[in-house]
Ligand binder design. Structure first.
Ligand code: ATP
Ligand code: MG
Length: 437
C-alpha cells in the first residue's frame, strides 16, 4: 500500500470542536439576544468581495490591505466575452466594508430611522499565527447607519457591547475611548504630528519612520518600548480638535456615565483602519497576553459616501470572538451548558421498540438523548453513559416493558426512580427547566 498523506488544517486555521463549539454557539446566541434587545437585526454577508472594496474602505496604506489580504483573480463567470476576465477578489478581512456595500446596494438609506445591523462569521488575514491571532478568525460586529451622529448613538452601541460582555461573563475588561477628530480638524493635527515626528525621526524604529509619511497617527499605536517616551511628548489630538468634535466627545462621556458604562480615556487609541472619525474605542480583556484586544470600534461618518453612497453617518464595532472566548475560558467563568441528558440503556431485543419510541418522545420534549443502535451488556452500557457525560441513564429491560414503569438512574449519585412514561417526561422536563434556567 502507498503511504497516505496526512492532511492537516492550514496554518493559522483551526477546527472548533465539541465541546468548545457548544460554548461558541452559546456565545453567539447571547450576542443575538443582547443585540436584538437593542433592536439590531442580522445581516448575512458574502465571505468574498471585490478587492477594491476593501482597498477603498479599509485603506490601501493599512497593514490589512497592504499585506494581510487573501486576494486572487477570479475566473470570469460572465458569458459576455467583453467582460473583464479575472476581477481581483479577496476573502474578507473584516465586514464593515461589506455592510456599507450592502447598505448602498439595497438603498437602505431610505429605510425609516437608523439602520441597525449585526453580523457574525469568519474573517481572513494573513498574519503570523499565535495565541489569539489566526488567519481565519471570527468576528461579531454591529453597525448603526443613518442621518444622525448623536453621541447617544455612540453611547448606545458601547453600552450594548459592554452589556453583552457582562452577559457572557467577560467582566475583567477595560474599555478605552478616544476621539480622533473629523475632516475639519484631523488633517491639521496630522500635519502637526508629522512635523513633530520628523524632528524625532532618528529615535524611531523603521515602521514608525515609514508611518511618519504614510500614516502618522499609527505611530501613536506603537508598542515598541524605546518609542514610548517620545510618543508621550507628542501633541495630543484633544488639544487640537475643533469645537464640534470636542463637544461630541464631551457628550459621549456624559451619555456613558448616564448609562453606567465605565471607561478610560486613551488619547493614543487611533485604531488601524483609515475610515474612523471622532469616536474610537477598544476593549481589552485579561488572560490573553499581548493579543489582548477583544473589540475595536469607532465612528466612520463619510465611509458610505467614499464608497459612492449618499451622505451617511455611521458607527460600529467588531468583537474578536476567538479572543473573547479564550478570555472566558482562561477566567474559568464558564456557563453551565446543555450536554447529554439521557442515555437509553436498553436490554434485550424485546425492549428495543419501547426504547425507540420513548427516545423519540424525549427528544421531542427537547432533551438530548443517546440511543445505542446495538444491544449492549448492562454494565458496558452504564459505563458508556458515564463516559459520555450523560446526566441520566434510562434503563429499559423486559420488566420495564411489562410494567410500563422505567428506571431512571441519576449518574452523579446513582439515585434511582421508577417512573411511568408520563412521570418520566414530566420529571425530566421540569428538571431541565430548573438546571438550564
Ligand atoms: P490587533 O491590533 O490585535 O491586530 P486589529 O486592530 O487588527 O487588532 P480590528 O481590525 O479592529 O483588529 O478587529 C477587531 C477585533 O478582531 C480585534 O480587537 C481582535 O479581537 C480581533 N482580531 C483581529 N485580527 C485578528 C486575528 N488575526 N486573529 C484573531 N482575532 C483577531
Ligand atoms: Mg491587526
Amino acid at each position: 500500500m502507498t503511504e497516505q498523506k496526512q492532511f492537516r488544517a492550514i496554518k493559522g486555521t483551526r477546527d472548533i470542536q465539541p465541546p468548545d463549539s457548544t460554548l461558541w454557539n452559546w456565545f453567539e446566541q447571547s450576542a443575538r439576544d443582547v443585540f436584538e434587545s437593542y433592536n439590531f437585526r442580522e445581516i448575512r454577508l458574502p465571505i468574498f468581495e471585490e478587492t477594491s472594496l476593501f482597498a477603498r474602505s479599509v485603506g490601501g496604506e493599512t497593514d490589512i490591505v497592504s499585506k494581510e489580504m487573501y486576494s486572487f483573480p477570479d475566473r470570469s463567470t460572465s458569458s459576455d466575452a467583453t467582460a473583464d476576465a479575472g476581477d481581483l477578489i479577496s476573502l474578507r478581512p473584516e465586514a464593515t466594508a461589506s455592510t456599507m456595500r450592502a447598505y448602498i446596494e439595497h438603498g437602505m438609506h431610505a429605510l425609516p430611522g437608523n439602520v441597525k445591523l449585526y453580523y457574525m462569521g469568519p474573517m481572513f488575514r494573513r498574519e503570523r499565527p499565535q495565541k489569539g491571532r489566526y488567519r481565519q478568525f471570527y468576528q461579531i460586529g454591529a453597525e448603526v447607519l443613518g442621518q444622525s451622529d448623536a453621541p447617544a448613538i455612540d453611547a448606545e452601541v458601547i453600552e450594548m457591547l459592554m452589556t453583552f460582555f457582562s452577559r457572557v461573563g467577560l467582566i475583567r475588561t477595560t474599555l478605552y475611548i478616544n476621539s480622533i477628530g473629523d475632516k475639519n480638524c484631523r488633517p491639521q493635527y496630522v500635519e502637526l504630528l508629522r512635523a513633530e515626528l520628523r524632528k524625532v525621526k532618528d529615535q524611531l524604529g523603521a515602521d514608525s519612520q515609514r508611518r511618519i509619511e504614510t500614516n502618522p497617527l499609527r505611530v501613536l499605536d506603537s508598542k515598541i518600548p524605546q518609542e514610548q517616551e517620545i510618543i508621550a511628548k507628542l501633541p495630543k489630538i484633544s488639544e487640537h480638535s475643533c469645537d464640534a468634535c470636542r463637544e461630541h466627545f464631551a457628550k459621549l462621556k456624559e451619555e456613558l456615565k448616564l448609562r453606567g458604562v465605565s471607561y478610560q480615556e486613551n488619547w493614543r487609541l487611533v485604531r488601524g483602519l483609515d475610515y474612523y472619525t471622532r469616536t474610537t474605542f477598544e476593549v481589552i480583556a485579561e488572560g490573553l497576553g499581548s493579543q489582548n484586544a477583544v473589540c475595536g470600534g469607532g465612528r466612520y461618518d463619510g465611509l458610505v459616501e467614499l464608497l459612492g453612497g449618499p451622505p451617511t453617518k455611521g458607527i460600529g464595532f467588531a468583537i474578536g470572538t476567538d479572543r473573547a472566548i479564550l478570555s472566558i475560558q482562561e477566567s474559568g467563568n464558564l456557563p453551565k451548558l446543555p450536554g447529554l441528558d439521557v442515555f437509553v440503556a436498553w436490554l434485550g431485543l424485546e425492549a428495543y421498540p419501547t426504547a425507540v419510541g420513548l427516545t423519540k418522545k424525549l427528544r421531542e420534549a427537547g432533551l438530548s438523548v443517546e440511543l445505542p443502535g446495538e444491544e449492549m451488556k448492562f454494565k458496558k452500557s452504564l459505563n458508556l453513559a458515564d463516559k459520555l457525560g450523560a446526566r441520566y441513564a434510562l434503563i429499559i429491560g423486559s420488566d420495564e416493558v411489562a410494567t410500563g414503569r422505567f428506571t431512571l438512574k441519576r449518574l452523579a449519585d446513582a439515585d434511582q426512580k421508577k417512573l411511568s412514561e408520563y412521570e418520566l417526561l414530566e420529571y425530566l422536563e421540569s428538571e431541565r427547566r430548573g438546571t438550564r434556567g
